[in-house]
Design a protein around this ligand. Structure first.
Ligand code: DGJ
Length: 726
């Protein structure tokens, strides 16, 4: 078992291949946190609890009458509000008396093999029960009847632990959950840097790194989505940690709505991290007998650097988050018409796309926005999911037949959670969008947001989607989401439940996505939110790939893809070659090959030379598919540390093959360039394909490849394929 409980020391010990996590039941049934870090065998660790005893103003525990014990200066497993711990609260309820004092104490626990799904929420899964063990620790606030079960799953081969919290109302009066974080971690000291992935539309997930400072530092969203602006990811890395060295704690929330990550460095220079649903604007009424589940949080620890942390996330998400047929099946090589045509297309245009695509060796045509209602620009028709026959003269089935007859599969675009004011559905049901009585509705991209917290609204939208998908041979759906949520209230719910709507909305989205993949398990869903505005593990549970960004400029894409790779694997990142202004088709291809590859351009406008070039690119895509999609990533030179040149490397799991990509973002002033590779077997011999030279893995990793003779110009790039010589 990877989880043990010591009766003697009353400690729980959770062991992964790269970490040990220990907490225990202390005097007064407090749950005290002892240790999270590199693997250790010990369980007798009580002295780790002891922190400065004299803390004037910090109250003693009323129940744990032990010298040196105050909740405020004790590392706690799951902190609560108002009962002696003044640091960040992981949990608080407002009880029927109207106060928020909450004090959870240990009651019992159970340990079992495997892992349960979280009702209504995306979560990691096990392929078989022997992959993971789960610990459930029941805690209770005796005064209010609040029960909270802390749920931990240890993945035995991945260096990862997931956490969530189940809240039950065991009293006879309702209460309100005010704060319910999915995890709380107390670490001694604060000599860490905090990593975050910040950005905006067309510039998602740049890496931020700053030292922890005293006080609270936060990463949050309250946009109704995980957002372009901040990703629900952070890492605390020891000062000086690099890609290859140093302790790293990575945290990621499996959630696609308002989230919050706070780290507090308090008076005694310890650090507490809490992560979960953003309490800002959140309140959940729990009636007697009802349950509430927090989203799941993922924790990864390694002492082998940021790169190793990423590889743990990648393997975990590839094996235990992405599901269904498309987890293992080779993804279709697609062409999407959006950047080529916008909404200005018709049957003939798309058939012409398909002919060219077939000629170039592509496998699927995706018809993007503009095929429904009377949608000629972004001012109308969202919600009217019936075919614009004035554009598609043979109807949708006629278009799909023409595309299928050419030997291509067909994909389609939806934006299910949105509604245009100029739409039949809005005219018939103006109350179906999120709105607040008496206030103007904020409009963005000329659209409102369907109130997906309402079942009748979801049923209507899904009914229309179901009709299109069941009547046609559709192999792929791009699910888009192009604005943030405002005026979030719902006339169907009483005032005391208005704080539930953001969460109810995303539960509604998850419900529709779940119906979609159950009814159409063969369909590949690509999630999108104006590019990567919902690039989060919650969405990956439903859609095995996500459109990484609307920015398809290969040079600008580099920070986006490097940042995304901090915790998301290559096979989840939609990446296309487009007709974007900068760089050669060679560089566009080399950058897009990192992800789920495709094209996004008008093939009618390509020169015969470019068409021939693309045919060669398609061959390369097939040749390198496995090493890219199932290999391990090493970031060799990142754009966050080098202004001129970046390099990354994918290595097959058995270390028999590697693919290195080098991109010159700008002409370098340092043309002498030796690149040391990583992740190879030092004992193996490798042939570098383009030169035919053979080197040991040890040479390639320690001496490195001299690439001074390779292209060095602005925007130039190249691949180096290395195969084991047997
Ligand atoms: C935003 C997406 O990111 C684009 O790829 C495209 O699908 C447009 N929406 C369509 O409106």
């Amino acid at each position: 078992m990877s989880i043990t409980f010591s009766e003697k020391t009353k400690t729980f010990k959770l062991d992964t291949p790269t970490s040990t996590y220990i907490f225990g039941v202390f005097e007064g049934n407090y749950l005290v946190h002892y240790y999270y870090g590199a693997p250790i065998p010990d369980t007798d660790v009580e002295e780790l609890r002891i922190r400065p005893g004299f803390a004037s103003f910090a109250p003693d525990s009323p129940t744990a009458r032990v010298f040196n014990f105050s909740p405020d200066v004790t590392p706690l497993e799951y902190s609560t509000f108002g009962a002696g711990d003044f640091r960040l609260s992981a949990f608080a309820v407002k009880n029927s008396e109207g106060n928020k004092v909450t004090d959870l104490r240990y009651v019992s626990h159970k340990i079992y093999a495997g892992k349960k799904a979280l009702p209504g929420l995306p979560s990691l899964y096990v392929n078989s029960d022997d992959e993971a063990d789960t610990l459930e620790v029941l805690t209770e606030d005796k005064v209010t009847g609040v029960k909270a079960t802390l749920i931990y799953t240890v993945f035995k081969t991945h260096g990862a632990i997931t956490r969530s919290v189940k809240v039950e109302n065991a009293s006879d009066k309702p209460f309100f959950i005010d704060t319910v974080h999915s995890l709380c971690v107390d670490l001694p000291g604060y000599d860490y840097d905090m990593l975050g992935l910040y950005g905006r539309w067309v510039k998602e997930r740049s890496l931020d790194r700053y030292p922890l400072h005293r006080g609270i530092q936060s990463i949050k969203s309250k946009r109704g989505s995980s957002s372009h602006n901040h990703n629900p990811f952070t890492a605390l890395v020891k000062k000086g940690a690099t890609e290859d060295y140093g302790e790293c704690y990575g945290f990621n929330l499996v959630y696609s709505s308002n989230f919050s990550i706070d780290v507090e460095v308090e008076a005694f220079a310890t650090s507490r991290l809490v992560m979960g649903i953003n309490p800002d604007g959140f309140s959940w009424e729990l009636a007697p007998g009802e349950e509430f589940y927090s989203p799941e949080a993922v924790m990864v620890f390694t002492d082998k650097g940021i790169g190793e942390m990423s590889r743990i996330f990648h393997k975990l998400y590839s094996n235990n988050l992405v599901r269904g047929k498309w987890k293992k099946a080779k993804r279709p090589l697609l062409i999407n018409n959006w950047e080529g045509t916008g909404m200005d297309f018709d049957h003939d245009k798309l058939v012409s796309f398909a002919k060219h695509a077939k000629d170039m060796g592509l496998e699927m045509l995706v018809m993007d926005d503009g095929w429904f209602g009377h949608r000629d620009d972004d001012r109308s028709s969202l919600g009217d999911w019936y075919v614009a026959e004035y554009k598609l003269k043979h109807g949708l089935s006629g278009l799909i037949k023409a595309v299928n007859d050419l030997g291509l599969e067909f994909g389609i675009w939806f934006e299910p959670e949105m509604i245009s004011p100029d739409s039949d559905v809005y005219r018939a049901h103006p109350d179906w969008c999120l709105h607040t009585e008496g206030r103007d509705k904020s409009i963005a991209r000329t659209q409102y947001v369907m109130d997906f917290s309402r079942k009748d609204v979801r049923d209507y939208v899904y009914g229309m989607m179901h009709k299109i998908l069941s009547e046609n041979n559709i192999a792929y759906v791009k699910w888009d989401f192009n604005r943030n949520l405002t005026e979030v209230s719902c006339a169907q719910l009483p005032p005391e439940k208005q704080g539930e709507i953001f969460h109810r909305f995303v539960l509604g989205t998850y419900e529709v996505m779940d119906r979609l993949i159950k009814d159409f398990p063969h369909i590949l869903i690509e999630n999108c939110s104006g590019g990567g505005g919902r690039f989060d593990p919650g969405m990956l549970y439903f859609s095995p790939q996500i459109w990484t960004s609307d920015n398809t400029d290969p040079i600008e894409r580099l920070t986006i893809q490097f940042g995304t790779s901090l915790c998301y694997p290559a096979l989840t990142m939609g990446a296309h070659v487009s007709a974007s202004r900068r760089a050669s088709y060679e560089t566009k291809k080399n950058v897009a090959l990192w992800g789920s590859f495709g094209y996004e351009l008008d093939p009618d406008k390509l020169s015969p030379e470019t068409i021939e070039e693309i045919k060669e690119q398609v061959k390369e895509y097939h040749r390198y598919y496995d090493v890219i999609h199932y290999g391990e990533l090493y970031r060799l030179i990142t754009p966050f540390e080098n202004d001129f040149r970046v390099a990354w490397q994918m290595v097959a799991e058995d270390k028999s093959e590697a693919l290195v990509t080098v991109v010159n973002m700008r002409q370098s002033y340092d043309p002498f360039f030796i690149l040391r590779l990583k992740g190879l077997d030092p004992e193996k011999l490798y042939e570098v394909e383009d030169t035919g030279n053979t080197y040991s893995g040890a040479y390639l990793m320690n001496a490195g490849l001299n690439l001074t003779h390779k292209p060095q110009g602005d925007g130039e790039s190249y691949l180096i394929h290395i195969v084991e010589k047997k």
